[in-house]
Design a protein around this ligand. Sequence first.
Ligand code: FAD
Length: 493
Amino acid sequence: MPQKQVVVIGSGFAGLSTATHLAHAGYKVTILEKNTTPGGRARKFEAEGFVFDMGPSWYWMPDVFEKYFASFGKKPSDYYNLVRLDPSYTVVFGEKQFVNIPADLKDFKALLESMEPGVGPKLDAFLEQAAYKYKVGINDLVYRPSRSIFEFTNPRLLADIIRMDVFQSMAKHVRKFFNDEKIIRLMEFPVIFLGETADNIPALYSLMNYADIVLGTWYPMGGMHEIVKGMVKLAEEKGVNIQLGADVSQIEVQNGKAKGVVLKNGKKYEADVVVAAADYHHVDSQLLSPEYRNYSENYWNKRVMAPSSLLFYLGIDKKLENLTHHCLFFDEQMGPHADAIYKNPRWPERPLFYLSAASKTDLSVAPEGKENLVILIPLAPDLEDGEEIREKYYHMVMDRLEKLTGQEIRSHVVFKRSYAHSDFKADYNAFKGNAYGLANTLLQTAILKPSLKNKKVNNLYYTGQLTVPGPGVPPTIISGHVVSREIIKENNL
Ligand SMILES: Cc1cc2nc3c(=O)[nH]c(=O)nc-3n(C[C@H](O)[C@H](O)[C@H](O)COP(=O)(O)OP(=O)(O)OC[C@H]3O[C@@H](n4cnc5c(N)ncnc54)[C@H](O)[C@@H]3O)c2cc1C
């Protein structure tokens, strides 16, 4: 029997994970990636001695990465060197109000006690629930393909789902335990990764607090791209053929079956199974003819997208004071910024922002004596993002950064690149220029997410941050695992 051929469109975490699982199971797998480097939103670039991770910078849920590599008898340490950050991150509430979040749980509890005396036992109770949610959520729920409600109807799971407060908002849940405004902001921070505010994220996701506070913030030396490098190496060890600069323009369908794909340059690849690991909306609306689309434009326009972002990659010609590897600038109110992202899409008047200074941990990402900074401002999708507005926000953020950290930075910038909506569209075919896919709201959870299988094309599957289980590096790695299991089940070798 000839090997079954699988074509995977896209080399992000989801594409790499799918391809490696399928190759391991005996399929002949080719990844077609439009860009000239792999990793999708987690690509890197180098300029003037600085090495910038273009997308993710937070390494959370180390157990998910361990489980991924263990599927192939490997460990993350076979591919990269992980260190735990301490402090995990710094929250800036205002001038001289810098709070370092300690990695050690005892120290974290002491910090919270100093903000709200007597809060210790409440933190214990909060984390006990969060641990339970993490156990059920990350070890079970996220691995369900969510193609039918019946996957969730076994009595034990239903009891678990009720126990996990799925239907209450994260905002309400946090306020049941904590009163201090700063603690509330700390506890609500991790849901930023899920693409909505705490009012609209189910309390199931306090599992993210367990990931943050108990499991910790880690960093692969060399940068987040080391994960991509490791996953590419493993994929190639399994025989996956990765074609870069291979821009797919069409999925060819005959009698309800995908026959293969065509590249922009006319080259064709035949396939028994096609996996779309590129942005779901792009595949549905650009690569398929209308009769085979899984969802209408109207459907997509009603989805709550996770934010886009304006990013600045900066090389600084000196070492900076008062910054740690991850800094969250919460010196402005969340409410108006969230309104500008979700309710009345516009450029925010006084944005919150995030800064990553990987060179505080890793000397290899900047020349000696210099600093590597990435600044990220979350924004509503689909805003106009010309040079003028980018510059306006650059100076707005720089003014605050210089004032809050008490030093001159702007005049020491020796490399600067900005990145926003139009770049996400051009580089990744991102719907509305989204950065993190679809938000994990209650109405966009599990079976309510875009399905991982096409309803009209029997051998076409989807994976990645716009389908189950959702956005983020660990979920997209899991997404690839989940879809590969469905393919193996339905397309016997
Ligand atoms: C700025 C930013 C910061 C983030 N921070 C974090 C973080 O700190 N921690 C975290 O866990 N997550 C973070 N995320 C989210 C995480 O990076 C993403 O959820 C994840 O990388 C998405 O992986 P994916 O495989 O679904 O999609 P992608 O990485 O987008 O991969 C899809 C691939 O498909 C390719 N493609 C598209 N169209 C075609 C075509 N027609 N033909 C061929 N190839 C095509 C694209 O080029 C791309 O390489 C961040 C994301 C961004 C953008």
